[in-house]
Design a protein around this ligand. Structure first.
Ligand SMILES: Nc1ncnc2c1ncn2[C@@H]1O[C@H](COP(=O)(O)OP(=O)(O)OP(=O)(O)O)[C@@H](O)[C@H]1O
Length: 230
């Protein structure tokens, strides 16, 4: 069952500070991802991997083509969706995990992790329990759970972010270097999260610079150089 169907998308950037110079990045990008499949985007720095991921999440506008996201009986073309529709998709269907935590002032780590479940109607006690289980798997010391992560170390903040990114069930999950700068034990925990998601039928698209992680989770790798814009 296809969850993500990317058809012929293209992206170029217009550099307004350089007299409107156009920088073509990718063109003719087509691929699909089935439920339970993990596809890695590969290729050298600057090839356009993050740009493709951001188009799928609706952060970057596409210049051409369509990005169909299937959920149950419906399909939404995120390339043509309104901002409101993009936000609705993110609330229900598409998740994104990056290596950076957007810290919310004064909110405890446990609540930051539980929030996506609360937003989906899970009751507070159940959401907290599941958030605690995620933080435990990522070895975040329990004494930190009730504190806001603003003062946490980089690696501690990253683990809060990963727990939050993986906690909800979404049809499609986008991963932008989720293991960057994690130690070996926590990297293995994230590998297991990814495998659990795939086993549960989530479609995954990720950028993994760590070849070991990529080999451990990806069913196939798309070399983005094949989509280099002229
Ligand atoms: N918002 C932007 N404005 C202008 N140019 C951009 C923008 N985002 C990306 N680019 C350019 O598009 C090209 C592709 O960038 P992108 O981040 O997608 O590559 P990448 O393959 O993810 O690289 P890396 O592996 O280094 O993260 C680069 O030349 C980059 O400078």
């Amino acid at each position: 069952m296809t969850i993500l169907d990317v058809q012929n998308i293209a992206k170029s950037f217009t550099l307004h500070l350089r007299g409107g110079l156009t920088l073509p990045v990718v063109a003719g990008v087509s691929f699909d991802v089935a439920a339970g499949e993990c596809v890695a985007l590969g290729g050298p720095s600057g090839a356009g991997k993050s740009s493709i991921l951001k188009m799928i999440f609706g952060n970057y506008r596409t210049d051409a083509g369509c990005i169909l996201i299937h959920d149950g009986g419906t399909a939404v073309d995120i390339a043509k969706a309104s901002p409101r529709e993009v936000l609705a998709l993110r609330a229900t269907t598409v998740g994104y995990v990056s290596q950076f935590l957007r810290v919310i002032p004064r909110v405890a780590a446990l609540d930051i992790v539980a929030e996506p479940l609360r937003a989906r109607g899970v009751d507070a006690a159940d959401a907290s329990e599941r958030a605690a289980a995620m933080l435990r798997r990522l070895n975040l010391p329990e004494r930190l759970w009730r504190l806001p992560p603003a003062t946490f170390s980089g690696g501690e903040q990253q683990r809060v972010n990963i727990a939050r990114g993986f906690i909800a069930e979404t049809r499609l999950l986008l991963l932008d270097e989720p293991t960057a700068s994690l130690d070996g034990v926590n990297r293995d925990a994230v590998i297991q999260f990814i495998r659990d998601k795939a086993a549960a039928g989530t479609a995954l698209v990720g950028i993994f610079h760590d070849a070991e992680v990529r080999d451990a989770v990806a069913d196939r790798t798309l070399d983005v150089r094949a989509f280099a814009a002229a």
